[in-house]
Design a protein around this ligand. Structure first.
Ligand SMILES: Nc1nc2c(ncn2[C@@H]2O[C@H](COP(=O)(O)OP(=O)(O)OP(=O)(O)O)[C@@H](O)[C@H]2O)c(=O)[nH]1
Ligand SMILES: [Mg+2]
Length: 420
């Protein structure tokens, strides 16, 4: 069933970092005692975690945005703000994550427990207490919190069936799947209506989902190639649980229990291990059954349902959910962190006009993200910080001349080449 791929777009955004605080101790008549503004907390990250109880990506269809919690701002008296909580998003095992725009693969969340940091939170800003130096006794600025970064991801999942529907042609397999999922296969009152498998996602509640495969009907001799033959037995082989549907109103008059026997024989002839698969046997078309047939079926302790009236359907889904859950509970847990993360970008220079440049990059943007860029202290700090990041050298190399206008986000300054 390699053709069944579930896809979703997901926007992840880190929480904003809290702002650093500008505050001073009060020391009697001294206006500015020592600075004591605390740091803002970092914003929370968004993590994706593979979870075997999630079967599809439908949860992201209508709600594609996920966001970490914001960090709390710092306060006076050296009080630091709390970090924002990380958000953990569950995705099905086998989810492949790509960058939506470049298509680059970022993570492969293969097995239960694998986690990947999809986006970090924004950094908290440092409080003014951090900017105290011998020269700068009373810094009146603090760093702003960094906005949480954001990106669009594309999630892809090769759907694997949890449950395969096995039954004679016309047994009501397609009718069942269309009554319990969004799958809309063709339904008709003749054999071999369904010519290829269809998958449907059943959502019991927010935490329980499973995938059902509607498989074309099987007949006696299928394992030797009769009817649609062996190719569909291959699909049955991949499912964790088998749901055998017996037609209680068979047009050919084959007793439902005989259908079950034949189906099991065919499965066994194809691959004996299929009989070890957990299975649920259900009679269909309960609404139209003859009392005699019903009596014989009930006497065997068999379950039945009607996909048309809905009677018994909920119970069948409940039992399937339990069988699927048990089958999924294989104790393989892989808690490797897979971090296929692109290199952090350095500083980039863009020429925007005649002797006018714009700088991009996280470090330079952080350097100018201050609560008050107008104080001389703040300007000195920015100057030192940009020099430390090698900005003068980069500008010289890009051809900036004396008096060039340089922009970083909303901040602009004039370039003076260093002497020496
Ligand atoms: N009365 C009644 N009829 C049903 C019920 N479920 C299915 N049918 C009818 O049975 C016929 C066959 O249904 P399908 O769902 O196409 O059967 P299928 O098992 O998918 O058949 P193939 O694709 O040919 O293998 C259709 O006419 C359905 O309307 C039911 O619960 N009650
Ligand atoms: Mg069908």
């Amino acid at each position: 069933m390699s053709g069944f791929v579930d896809e979703a777009q997901l926007n992840v955004r880190g929480g904003d970092g809290g702002a650093g605080c500008v505050s001073f101790r009060r020391e009697g008549p001294v206006v500015y005692g020592g600075p004591n503004g605390g740091d803002g907390g970092d914003g929370g990250a968004v993590w994706l975690i593979a979870d075997h109880n999630v079967a599809s990506l439908v949860a992201f269809r209508d709600h594609p945005h996920r966001r970490g919690e914001d960090g709390v701002s710092g306060m006076g008296k050296d009080l630091h703000g709390r970090r924002g909580r990380n958000l953990e998003v569950k995705v099905p095992e086998g989810t492949i994550v790509r960058d939506l725009y470049s298509g680059e693969i970022l993570a492969d969340l293969r097995t239960h427990g694998v986690r990947w940091e999809a986006i970090p939170g924004g950094q908290g800003g440092r409080g003014n207490a951090r900017f105290l130096t011998n020269k700068r006794r009373a810094p009146k600025f603090a760093e702003q919190g960094e906005h949480g970064p954001e990106r669009w991801l594309k999630l892809e999942l090769k759907l694997m069936a949890d449950v395969a529907l096995v039954g004679y042609p016309n047994a009501g397999k397609s009718t069942f799947i269309s009554s319990v999922s969004a799958a809309k296969p063709k339904i008709a009152n003749y054999p071999f209506t369904t010519l290829e498998p269809h998958l449907g996602v059943v959502r019991i509640d927010a935490d329980t989902e499973f995938v059902i495969a509607d498989i074309p009907g099987l007949i006696e001799g299928a394992s030797e190639g009769r009817g649609l033959g062996i190719q569909f037995l291959r699909h049955i082989e991949r499912a964790r649980v088998l749901c055998i549907l017996a037609d209680l109103v068979s047009m050919e008059g084959v007793a439902p229990e005989t259908q079950v026997e034949v189906l099991l024989q065919e499965l066994q002839a194809y691959r004996p291990e299929l009989l070890d698969r957990p299975r649920l046997i259900v009679g269909t078309k309960l609404d139209s059954v003859e009392p005699q047939t019903k009596g014989a079926w009930d006497a065997l302790g068999r379950r039945s349902m009607s996909s048309v009236t809905g009677v018994g359907v909920r119970e069948v889904l409940g039992e399937l959910a339990v069988l699927v859950q048990e089958a999924r509970n294989v104790p393989v847990v892989d808690d490797t962190e897979i971090t296929i993360r692109p290199e952090p970008e350095g500083t980039r220079i863009e020429k925007v006009g005649d002797n006018e440049f714009r700088l991009h990059g996280r470090s330079v943007e952080r350097a100018v993200a201050l609560s008050d860029v107008n104080s001389p202290d703040a300007l000195n700090y920015i100057d030192d910080r940009l020099s430390g990041l090698g900005v003068p050298r980069l500008l010289a190399r890009a051809g900036a001349k004396e008096g060039a206008t340089i922009h970083i986000k909303e901040f602009s300054f004039e370039y003076t080449p260093e002497i020496g």
